[in-house]
Unconditional design. Structure first.
Length: 291
C-alpha cells in the first residue's frame, strides 16, 4: 500500500524521445511530476499483473495524457485479460483523444520490438498470472569498410545500408549485415516483482546493466509469509543477482511493515555486493559501453 513516505512501485524508462512505463499504481502520476518528467511521450505501458497496487493509478494517468492533447496511439502489454481490465477501469475515463492498442501475453516468454526497445516478457510465479520484463536497446556493429569492399558494394550505398535501409542494385539485395561488423553490447534492464525466485529471472537478468527486483520482506521471520503469498525476501533477490551478475541490483516493492530496509543491507551485500535499496524518484542514466 502507498505510505506517506513511499509510493507504490513503478518504473519509467526514457529513450530516444519515447517513454515506457511498467505498472501504474496509486501515486505513479505524482512521482512522475515530482521527478520533472513528462506523461506525453509515454508510448508503451507494460503491466506485470492486475493487482490494484500495480494498476490502480491508470485511469488518472490516461486522463492526464488526454488533457495534454496526446493523439498518438498508446500500446499496452500485459497478461491475458488486459483489455477487459483496462476497459473496466476506463469507466471513469471513457473519452480519450488517442487509441489504445492491446497486446495480451499468452506464452511463457514473448518478445516484441517497439520504439527502439526489444521487450522480452517472461512468466514468473505469483498467485495470479504475472510477468517480468527485460528491456534491451540493441546496438549494431561498427561499419566495416573492408567487408563492404569485399562484397563489392558501391560506396554511394554505404551510409544508407548502415542506417538499415535495404537496397536493390543490379539484381542483388543489399542489407545492413553486409557492411557491419559483429553486434556490440547494448543496454539491458530487467524488472521483476511479485514472484517467488524462479530460474527464468536469473537467466533474464544475466549481465544486465540494471536488475530491479522485488524484495518484499527483509525480516528473517517473514520467510514463511513470502512463500505463502508468492513474494521474495531481500536475500532471495540477492541470490538471483549473484547468479545473474548484473551491474547493479535495486530492491523494490517493500512490505508496508518494512520501515528501515537499510538495517538489512549489510547481510544482503554479503550475498551480492552491488545491491541497493530502491526509493522514490531513484534513477540512473545508462549508456552504451565500448568494449
Amino acid at each position: 500500500m502507498p505510505l506517506p513516505y513511499r509510493k507504490l512501485t513503478a518504473l519509467m524508462t526514457r529513450y530516444n524521445g519515447s517513454n515506457l512505463l511498467i505498472d501504474c499504481g496509486e501515486g505513479t502520476q505524482v512521482a512522475v511530476k515530482e521527478k520533472g518528467w513528462s506523461f506525453h511521450p509515454i508510448d508503451v505501458i507494460c503491466f506485470t499483473h492486475y493487482h490494484a497496487d500495480h494498476i490502480s493509478g491508470l485511469p488518472g494517468l490516461l486522463l492526464t495524457m488526454g488533457n495534454a492533447e496526446r493523439t498518438e496511439p498508446l500500446l499496452m502489454i500485459g497478461p491475458r485479460g488486459l483489455e477487459r481490465v483496462v476497459n473496466s477501469l476506463r469507466t471513469i475515463a471513457p473519452e480519450l483523444p488517442f487509441e489504445i492498442h492491446f497486446h495480451e501475453l499468452a506464452e511463457k516468454e514473448e518478445t516484441l520490438k517497439v520504439k527502439g526497445y526489444k521487450i522480452h516478457a517472461f512468466r514468473v510465479q505469483h498467485n495470479v498470472p504475472c510477468y517480468g520484463y527485460t528491456l534491451e536497446i540493441e546496438r549494431a556493429g561498427r561499419f566495416d569498410v573492408e567487408r563492404a569492399k569485399a562484397a563489392q558494394i558501391p560506396q554511394k550505398y554505404w551510409s544508407r545500408l548502415q542506417k538499415g535501409e535495404v537496397i536493390e542494385d543490379a539484381g542483388r539485395t543489399l542489407t545492413q549485415d553486409m557492411v557491419l561488423g559483429p553486434a556490440r553490447k547494448g543496454i539491458k534492464v530487467t524488472y521483476c516483482t511479485d514472484t517467488r525466485p524462479v530460474p527464468v529471472i536469473a537467466r533474464q537478468a544475466s549481465g544486465a546493466d540494471l536488475f530491479i527486483c522485488e524484495g518484499m520482506y527483509a525480516e528473517k521471520d517473514k520467510e514463511a509469509k513470502a512463500r505463502q503469498y508468492k513474494h521474495m525476501t531481500f536475500y532471495e533477490a540477492a541470490k538471483l543477482a549473484a547468479q545473474a551478475e548484473p551491474a547493479e541490483l535495486w530492491l523494490t516493492h517493500f512490505s508496508p511493515s518494512l520501515v528501515r530496509g537499510d538495517l538489512y543491507m549489510k547481510e544482503v551485500k554479503k550475498i551480492f555486493p552491488r545491491a541497493y535499496l530502491g526509493e522514490d524518484l531513484k534513477s540512473a542514466e545508462l549508456d552504451f559501453i565500448d568494449e
